[in-house]
Write a protein that binds this ligand. Sequence first.
Ligand code: TMP
Ligand code: ASP
Length: 241
Amino acid sequence: MPEKYTKIKKIYEGKAKKLYTLKGHRGLLLQEFKDDATAFNALKKGKIQNKGIINCELTAFIFTYLAKKGVKNHFVKQINENEMLIKQLKIVPIEVVIRNIAAGSLLKKTKFKEGHELSKPIVEFYYKDDSLGDPMISDSHALAMKIATEKDLKTLKQMAEKINSLLKPFFRKRELKLVDFKLEFGKDSTGKIMLGDEITPDTCRLWDVKTNKKLDKDRFRFDLGGVNEAYAEVRKRILGK
Ligand code: TMP
Ligand code: ASP
């Protein structure tokens, strides 16, 4: 008999996901992925066909892979097409962005042209706060706001670099270039930092290896067309369906 999970209370609703507590499962949460898509701090709103299902399946697959490679993360198991069980973490309010190829907001901070291969990955921190529009911050900002310790920041950087070194070849094998991506972390009940959130075409820039065609949320952000098809293509290349 498959185990039954009864939602008790919605404790969070973000732009792409909802979190619920569960009856009889303390320490675990149900993470539901939505088809809703937003960009530019929700100034642009829309829906992407089957995104909830695709992003749930992709996150389940990628987090399972990362766990096998020693990256502790919040994924427990997928329980429905767009729902997964996760460990409850205390989220560190820092978004960690890793860049391998120049694109997106890096083009406004540097003179790199889009597509320039960086000689070394760039790691950036953003303060996760919608009212401020998630501004980029330095280590000293994070320390001053007491949102992380020096040790936490070191761990975030090390984990982000390790995840990047695992995911670059992971995507490459599937004919995708991992241009850049965003990670979120949290602490478990013992204070240990783990990877949380999701890894999907919403949170990664993925380009076709041969043509550099964008196969990610940039198609939605910048009205490039073929949004649903891009998500379906990434699903096919990674999950084979
Ligand atoms: P950026 O170039 O706009 O700073 O984005 C860097 C990466 O982070 C890109 O892969 C998309 C991802 N990202 C998110 O996941 N959420 C966000 O809110 C933003 C702005 C970017
Ligand atoms: N998810 C973000 C928002 O709506 C931005 C993005 O992914 O571009 O603000």
